[in-house]
Design a protein around this ligand. Structure first.
Ligand code: GAR
Length: 193
């Protein structure tokens, strides 16, 4: 990615489905002088997503699109993003799969964070599968989004040690803490900063 010209930061939308703790950490990061991005829009497929509260708190525009009709929702989405001059997308716990057509329109400009050391454990229930397989380590990955699920070019990863009595919940918590640090770092890397 090339940073926006002048003093303007790259206008970014964050897509969420739930708690939005990564969204919160990205908003915090975006307000630092070193951040090449500003968070200008929040999209959710879930009207009850807790993360939507950050829109009000930080005075960021938001839109809920249910994705029941993916073609229609993505059409509305593209229009909203265009009107708001959004040039980059960060998926942060967004649990819907974007279409090839949508991804093509934002080629090389969509990042995702995934709670595993990709290419291991793509998709859902990552922690459960890592524990069942008696992995010694898990972690998180920030990657570019392409048309294959959790398969785009990896930007950064952080390894996390799995302890003896690890549960799904304790592992999720441990990894999430690392996600909050990894996403901003990955954004700096993408912008060559
Ligand atoms: C995070 O652990 C993120 O990596 C994961 O959902 C959680 C969202 O937490 N994403 C996926 O599983 C995507 N396939 P948050 O809403 O608190 O940021």
């Amino acid at each position: 990615m090339v940073p926006s010209t002048g003093y303007n930061k790259t206008r970014t939308a964050v897509f969420i489905s739930g708690t939005g703790s990564n969204l919160k950490s990205l908003i915090k990061f975006s307000k630092t002088t070193k951040s090449p991005i500003s968070i200008d829009f929040i999209i959710s497929n879930n009207p009850k997503a807790m993360g939507l509260n950050y829109a009000k708190k930080f005075k960021i525009k938001k839109k809920v699109l249910n994705f029941k009709n993916k073609i229609l929702s993505e059409k509305k989405l593209l229009s909203v993003l265009k009107i708001n001059k959004i040039d980059m997308i960060c998926l942060a716990g967004f649990m819907k799969i974007l279409s090839k057509n949508f991804i093509k329109k934002f080629k090389g400009k969509i990042l995702n964070i995934h709670p595993s050391l990709l290419p291991k454990y793509k998709g859902l229930n990552t922690h459960k599968r890592a524990l069942n397989n008696k992995e010694k380590y898990s972690g998180c990955t920030v990657h570019f989004v392409n048309s294959r699920l959790d398969s785009g070019k990896i930007v950064l990863q952080k390894k996390v040690k799995i302890s003896k009595n690890e549960t799904e919940d304790s592992l999720a918590k441990k990894i999430l803490e690392q996600e909050h640090k990894l996403y901003p770092k990955a954004i700096l890397k993408v912008f060559n900063l």
